[in-house]
Design a protein around this ligand. Structure first.
Ligand code: VGL
Ligand code: ZN
Length: 191
């Protein structure tokens, strides 16, 4: 696969937050393993002067997706808490664009495309391809990749830069993303 970065590319990092890492409220197994991989991609993106986007799951304390509100998930990524903070070792530059999602009480947003006019913003910035990684492979990375494809973007999933909550769900998500035209880049491409 051609993994050369070029004009029109952006790095897109999904929900690399403490609550999705080991010890967090909704921990993804080995979730923190994506951090050093993504830090190498951040360096590459900066060297190529490419923009970097990072989404955050950013819920109000009584969000409808939480079990105590009859939702599906344990309480996680509550706005302003340590659990919602980006992983402290993720080396995001100051000019990275942070995108919050899941901020409305009554609805969940697995993808930043569901939270605002992101496709328009990306197009306006001349972006046509996203290099994607983050958490979780079977939930928010999956939805972000599918929404990006629907909006007409090329998507490359950096497989080493993502982990699923559930292994089987992760395999299904990979298959679904591939079927939607996502290029899955195996390995870390350390070059
Ligand atoms: C996520 C479950 C609930 C994710 C967010 O970021 O993958 N998963 N909220
Ligand atoms: Zn959530």
């Amino acid at each position: 696969m051609n993994s050369e970065l070029r004009t029109g590319d952006a790095l897109f990092i999904v929900d690399v937050q403490n609550d999705f890492c080991p010890g967090g409220a909704l921990a993804v197994p080995e979730g923190d393993a994506v951090v050093p991989v993504l830090n190498r991609w951040i360096k590459r993106a900066r060297a190529a002067s490419l923009p970097i986007y990072a989404s955050r799951d950013w819920h109000p304390r009584e969000h409808s997706s939480f079990e105590h509100q009859d939702g599906q998930w344990p309480q996680h990524c509550v706005q302003g808490t340590e659990g919602a903070a980006l992983h402290p070792e993720l080396a995001l530059p100051d000019d990275a664009r942070i995108l919050d999602k899941g901020t409305k009480l009554e609805r969940d947003e697995y993808s930043a495309f569901q939270a605002g006019p992101l496709a328009e913003e990306l197009r306006g910035a001349g972006i046509n391809r996203l290099w994607l990684g983050g958490l979780a492979q079977d939930v928010c990375v999956r939805q972000t990749a599918l929404d990006a494809r629907k909006a007409g973007f090329d998507v490359v999933l950096i497989e080493a830069a993502t982990r699923p909550i559930d292994a089987e769900g992760g395999r299904e998500a990979l298959e679904e993303m591939r079927n939607a035209g996502v290029q899955v880049m195996p390995g870390d491409n350390k070059a």
